[in-house]
Design a protein around this ligand. Structure first.
Ligand SMILES: [Cu+2]
Length: 157
């Protein structure tokens, strides 16, 4: 049952050659996160500026921390860069992506607005495969991207 599910996942999401290391039996390639120079540590309370310089995001909480394989629950704070005011009622799009394999996650990231102004819970952030994950958090205004932040975390086996 489980291997059938994973095999279907591989077929559905992977470019064939890029995912040849994952044969659907759970024998994923060994990942040594100590050697992954593109990854960053998950640091609670450290602001990270968006690509457009409009907003700043920081982690308020992460379960588990550091990020692990499977479902992760992240709470983030979004502030405007100029005034440091919390960004309320934000429209978010969160996309976990494996750049080395060209696939996303099969589970949509659920987004809950928290009682504290500017805080949002992202659950699940499903990092189902070991390796480097780039999770893009986009803040939208209709079709326009107000700003976006990418977090690059390595997930061990
Ligand atoms: Cu992958």
């Amino acid at each position: 049952m489980r291997s059938t599910f994973l095999a279907a996942l591989s077929l559905g999401l992977c470019v064939v050659s890029a995912c040849s290391g994952d044969d659907g039996t759970g024998n994923d390639p060994e990942v040594n996160c100590d050697l992954e120079t593109r990854a960053e540590p998950l640091v609670i309370g450290q602001p990270k500026m968006g690509a457009k310089g409009v907003l700043e995001l920081q982690f308020v909480d992460a379960m588990p921390s550091p990020p692990a394989r499977g479902d992760n629950t992240w709470t983030i704070q979004i502030n405007t860069k100029a005034s440091a005011a919390p960004l309320e009622n934000a429209d978010l799009l969160v996309t976990p992506f494996m750049p080395d394999h060209g696939h996303t996650s099969p589970l949509e990231v659920g987004i809950t607005t928290m009682p504290t102004a500017g805080q949002y819970e992202l659950d699940p952030v499903n990092l189902w495969m070991p390796g480097l994950w780039e999770t893009t958090i986009e803040i939208l205004n209709g079709a326009e991207t107000v700003d976006s932040v990418v977090f690059k975390f390595c997930v061990p086996n």
